[in-house]
Design a protein around this ligand. Structure first.
Ligand code: A3P
Length: 325
């Protein structure tokens, strides 16, 4: 086993040495690996570990997202839906635990040490996991017809860009000047963003969901905002735990939606004052995961030319896919 780990780490170091480097949004530069831009430690190392060593189970439920598309929200909704008979809503773990602490983020797992991997292997089924890794970079053991189940959420690219730009500026070391919207826009359009190009990320899961619809539930942030009850119902069906008529009449779906709402989560003490430790040096204040939570806010930031260019790229990329934003 140790020898296997050494081989994986060697493949990581070799990849880091030999693959093209792009610009960064922070101090760290992104590496271009198998068609996607990845942060060297947090993402590339995780991808290589998952490709080489992750032991997928058919019962695994994986939340897959591109950053800033609704990960925090969907994390909370999945956790609350699957555990709805286990916890009382008035004493729910989500009232005192940040959504990112509810289940593991796979990409950062290997980053710490091999011990955490053993913990993952020892976790009982069904495991709830999350990742930002593009579908086409996942190993066959995860994506084949007896692999994991995925829940994916996408969001209008303009809102993703603005959300990411504002988020990155909050995390950027204070000694660096803020990243201008123009710089962020250029990077995003060129596809150089964490786990980007965004459109390729979305299309990977979209195409996967067309090939194996029973294995990938493909959601949109905008639909979740518009019809949260209907989407949470679909989510429960996909998870194999549909709401009973009794649960529906008792208002359980409404309770879950209310518990996980932006207004509720963002005002909780844990999400205002605590931080989420993803790994040794990736620590993010929970409050940064809650900004505005609205559809179309990007129009308050982007110029008409920026909107036009992003819309053009989106139309070009999605042509013939059947997917529209
Ligand atoms: P905005 O920056 O547009 O407000 P992620 O969780 O993938 O990092 O995405 C963060 C985005 O989701 C932010 O968008 C954040 O405000 C929004 N968000 C977080 N929690 C939410 C919730 N419970 N309901 C709706 N949106 C939420």
């Amino acid at each position: 086993q140790d020898l296997d780990l050494q081989r994986t780490l060697e493949r990581y170091r070799e990849t880091l040495r030999s693959f093209p480097i792009g610009k960064g949004w922070m101090t760290e530069h992104l590496v271009h690996y198998q068609g996607f831009w990845l942060a060297p430690k947090a993402a590339l190392k995780g991808v290589i570990w998952i490709q080489d060593r992750f032991k997928a189970r058919p019962t695994d439920i994986v939340l897959a997202t591109f950053p800033k598309t609704g990960t925090t929200w969907l994390r909370a909704l999945i956790f609350a839906t699957i555990n709805r008979t286990r916890y009382d809503f008035s004493k729910h773990p989500l009232l005192t635990t940040g959504p990112h602490d509810c289940f593991p983020f796979l990409d950062a797992y290997i980053y710490e040490n091999d011990q955490s991997v053993s913990n993952l292997d020892a976790s009982p089924s069904p495991r709830l996991l999350s990742t930002h890794i593009p579908y086409t970079l996942l190993p066959d053991s995860m994506t084949n017809s007896s692999g994991c189940s995925f829940i994916y959420i996408c969001r209008n690219p303009k809102d993703v860009l603005v959300s990411k730009w504002l988020f990155m500026n909050k995390l950027r070391p204070k000694e660096l000047p803020p990243l201008s919207l123009q710089e962020a826009f250029e990077l995003f359009c060129q596809g150089i963003s964490h786990y980007g190009p965004y459109w390729d990320h979305v299309l990977g899961y979209w195409n996967g969901s067309l090939e194996t619809p029973t294995k990938i539930l493909f959601l949109k942030y905008e639909d979740l905002k518009k019809e949260p009850l209907a989407v949470v119902k679909r989510l429960a069906e996909f998870l194999g735990h549909p709401f009973s008529l009794e649960e529906e009449s008792m208002g359980v779906i409404q309770e879950i939606v209310r518990l996980c709402s932006f207004e509720n989560l963002s005002n909780l003490e844990v999400n205002r004052t605590s931080a989420q430790k993803f790994s040794r040096d990736i620590i993010v204040d929970n409050r940064h995961f809650f900004r505005k939570g609205q559809v179309g806010d990007s129009e308050n930031y982007l110029t008409a030319e920026m909107i036009e260019r992003l819309d053009e790229i989106t139309a070009d990329k999605l042509i013939g896919s059947g997917l529209i934003f």
